[in-house]
Design a protein around this ligand. Structure first.
Ligand SMILES: Nc1ncnc2c1ncn2[C@@H]1O[C@H](COP(=O)(O)OP(=O)(O)OP(=O)(O)O)[C@@H](O)[C@H]1O
Length: 257
């Protein structure tokens, strides 16, 4: 569904990502974890076309989208849900949902709305409320519901559980699983809440200083001793040789613990 090939990207001349190659398979949840500032959000923005790509390719459904503007990627089925400002705060919940479905016929919109509200019944009684007055969790539900209305195929989720109470975070993770299992969505997830995110994932990546440091089985990543230390920001034993960071293969992880 989504593949990046040796992507080097950043903001203007400030390079943040180095040779990042990642694959998110159709109908699967792929999660990227890593220390603060490692480039996780920048990577999602890059996939959506919001940064400067110096070299490498981004392939979406087999098409090279590296040079396409974000609105064209949206049209192709990508939904990017940033951590904040993921809904129109001055519009009501219903107006947000209508905006998402503005190209649909009235009949199609009704069907998509019914589906979105069946996955997110939590917002059903809030349709007239201004999105800006929703709680953090409700706002996240609304943002995800708009992706369902748009019939998006790939969800790019940037820390959807940030600043939410643990119980609510669990509900959000449950919704992500539901969107994969019942609605066939492909999810590329960036999370600080690394352990829980990896538990629901089919594949895990770890970024350190803008480079892929681990790729593979998410459960192996959680249980790896090195991961725990790196994730806490203690990265003294990441071997950096010149410009290259040693990449752990899934097979190496057993030996690390
Ligand atoms: N718009 C921007 N312009 C310039 N530099 C930026 C911009 N946004 C982020 N950065 C820098 O890019 C680097 C990576 O940040 P990014 O937000 O991608 O990391 P992250 O892994 O998502 O971190 P966090 O978990 O703290 O959100 C940081 O050094 C940050 O200061």
């Amino acid at each position: 569904m989504l593949k990046t090939e040796k992507v080097n990207a950043g903001y203007g001349k400030l390079q943040i990502l180095f040779d990042v190659s990642i694959e998110a398979e159709k109908g699967k949840i792929t999660t990227i974890v890593g220390p603060n500032g490692s480039g996780k959000s920048t990577f999602l923005k890059t996939v959506f076309g919001l940064t400067t790509v110096y070299s490498g390719r981004i392939l979406f459904k087999g098409t090279d989208v590296t040079k396409l503007p974000p609105f064209k990627r949206t049209r192709m089925g990508m939904a990017y849900l940033p951590q904040t400002n993921n809904v129109f705060a001055n519009l009501t919940v219903m107006e947000n949902l209508r905006m998402a479905g503005y190209i649909l016929s009235e009949e199609e919109f009704k069907d998509r709305l019914e589906l979105a509200l069946s996955v997110f019944p939590e917002i059903k009684n809030l349709l007239k409320r201004k999105a800006g007055n929703l709680s953090g969790g409700q706002r996240q539900f609304l943002a995800m519901a708009t992706a369902l209305i748009r019939n998006s195929e790939l969800l790019l989720l940037d820390e959807p559980t940030a600043q939410l109470a643990p119980k609510l975070a669990d509900v959000i993770f449950g919704k992500i699983v539901e969107m994969r299992d019942d609605h066939g969505l492909t999810v590329l997830l960036v999370e600080q809440n690394a352990k829980k995110a990896l538990e629901i994932s089919d594949k895990g990546y770890m970024l350190v200083s803008g480079r892929v440091f681990y790729e593979g089985d998410p459960v192996r990543l959680i249980t790896d001793d090195k991961f725990q230390r790196h994730f806490l920001g203690i990265i003294e034993d990441v071997e950096i040789v010149g410009e290259k960071t040693e990449k752990l293969e899934a097979g190496d992880v057993d030996g690390c613990s």
